[in-house]
Design a protein around this ligand. Structure first.
Ligand code: NDP
Length: 472
């Protein structure tokens, strides 16, 4: 079996466009031997550590609702929100200004999930493979997210055009929708937890930490599915979370127009950048199969509730804020920050594309015009089978170990800066992304060290910086 076959089984889906591979020769890759087990650590964590780690199960929904209240009722000022909480008590503020359940919002969320499920299931798409799981499974996925994104936005536009839907519907019913999405995210997480125990899709790819609450939070099943093909993770992360993002921005644009009679450049530019990010995601959806969300994270509250509720609530704060409080910096300041956002996006896309192209071609590609440099790392799955992975050491991946995160972070700070406010709330997205990506980097590197052992050490020796050379 040659290297390409060993890394890429016959069922591997369509490749991205590659440079001609015949003329390429990779530079003397190093082969380093595997360590015995990976992907199943976690058992034995103390109950107190598990409890602290799982605290977002309670805190994150309260944070999402508090943020909505702060924007809608306290002008986006956390200090005003906290003084009100001090004076009246948290639960009083929640009852007074928090989401009130309405049939309309509940129905909207049910229809949203139903329509996305139908598009996910029925639209045509190429079949792509994911990565080998710790138990040795290689799952296939139908990739049709871009069609779904186009149809969803076209459908929203047509409903508004024919007067069947107010384009500002989401902004107008935001608090109630967030309430309903919180509930939907909780139900999805509870269903995933029960399913993992009662009818798991791949029993040997489950991870039990020894703590029920931690299992609920981080998930038990790696790739829960309904039937053979309805993949929870691809559906909820991509279709429910990312798909909603652009609709929420557009709805806030419409709301600003309806209430002010104009749309400000700041909100237009933010919507443009975030649409670029979301469309990029769906355009490159097969790439997503090789990211941590799909390849390594288990499906529980963190991903289930996170994608259904946290992502729509927190990633759109800039648009929510500007929809209610239109502000705009001078045009040249806005354009300067916007161009930083574009550069950040280019770095994010280029780094992700390099890794994807490199992995899809089993290392037989050009990186920055030169044959890819890499380390061959061996690892074993639970069934005892040995595999090889390639670690790219040139291009962005030779500059730092997470250049894609640097691009993403810079992008998030640019979109927050475009709001033109020093209020902490408008920076929430970038603060969150900093915490998420730093934590993710540390957690992923721990896992990769266990998976590849000396090969990972060698990569860290060759590429010593995590984010920015000289800094960290
Ligand atoms: P990566 O795409 O960087 O994937 C990490 C995996 O890539 C590792 O686990 C490892 O997997 C493999 N890998 C690591 N180093 C190398 C190398 N040198 N050569 C080849 N493969 C390597 O991370 P994420 O999945 O976290 O993120 C993907 C993108 O999504 C990023 O740009 C990130 O910024 C963005 N993102 C955005 C979020 C948001 O909420 N907006 C949330 C999370 C991510 P293996 O086990 O296969 O070796």
């Amino acid at each position: 079996m040659n290297r390409l076959e060993k890394l890429r089984p016959a069922s591997f889906g369509a490749l991205d466009p590659l440079e001609p591979v015949s003329a390429l020769k990779s530079r003397s890759p190093i082969l380093l031997k595997a360590t015995p087990a990976w992907g199943r650590t976690g058992a034995g964590r103390s109950w107190i550590r598990s409890l602290i780690a799982s605290s977002p199960v309670i805190l994150a929904p309260l944070a999402s609702i508090s943020t909505i209240i702060t924007i809608a009722t306290f002008g986006g000022s956390f200090s005003d929100f906290f003084s009100a909480v001090k004076d009246e008590g948290f639960w009083t503020i929640l009852a007074k200004y928090g989401p009130q359940p309405t049939v309309q919002a509940g129905a909207a969320v049910v229809i949203w999930i139903g329509v996305q499920a139908i598009l996910f299931r029925t639209l045509p798409g190429q079949t792509h493979s994911g990565q080998y799981t710790p138990a040795g499974h290689l799952l296939t996925y139908k990739i049709n997210g871009l069609y779904a994104w186009i149809l969803t936005h076209l459908g929203y536009g047509l409903l508004c055009w024919f007067g069947l839907l107010d384009p500002a519907f989401i902004a107008l019913n935001w608090s109630q929708l967030i309430g309903a999405m919180n509930l939907a995210g909780l139900i999805a997480s509870m269903f995933a937890f029960a399913k993992a125990h009662l009818f798991p899709s791949h029993p040997n790819d489950r991870k039990f930490s020894g703590s029920v609450i931690y299992d609920f939070y981080m998930g038990i099943e790696l790739n829960p599915r309904l039937g053979a093909n309805f993949d929870f993770k691809l559906f909820s992360n991509g279709r429910l979370g990312m798909m909603a993002w652009t609709l929420i921005d557009v709805s806030n644009l419409a709301y600003q127009y309806q209430t002010q009679g104009y749309t400000q450049l700041s909100l237009v530019l933010i919507t443009f950048l975030q649409t670029l990010y979301v469309v990029d995601f769906f355009f490159n959806e097969s790439w997503y199969l090789r990211t941590i969300d799909i390849a390594h994270d288990h499906y529980g509250f963190y991903l289930g509730w996170g994608c259904l509720c946290f992502l729509p609530a927190m990633y759109t704060i800039q648009a929510q804020y500007l929809g209610l409080y239109p502000t705009s910096m001078q045009k040249h300041h806005l354009l300067f920050i916007f161009s930083i956002g574009l550069v950040a996006y280019a770095l994010f896309r280029s780094a992700n594309h390099q890794k994807d192209k490199f992995r899809s071609s089993a290392g037989q590609c050009l990186i920055w015009g030169k044959p890819a440099e890499y380390i061959v790392a061996e690892y074993k799955t639970l069934d005892g089978k040995q595999y090889e992975s390639l670690l790219l050491c040139s291009g962005w991946w030779g500059w730092s170990r997470h250049a894609n995160y640097v691009g993403d972070l810079l992008f998030s700070y640019s979109t927050c800066a475009l709001v033109g406010s020093t209020k902490v709330i408008v920076w929430t997205y970038s603060i969150w992304m900093t915490m998420l990506l730093v934590h993710r980097c540390i957690r992923d590197e721990k896992r990769l060290s266990a998976k590849y052992g000396p090969a990972w050490d060698e990569y860290c020796r060759r590429v010593p910086w995590r984010f920015i050379p000289g800094l960290w």
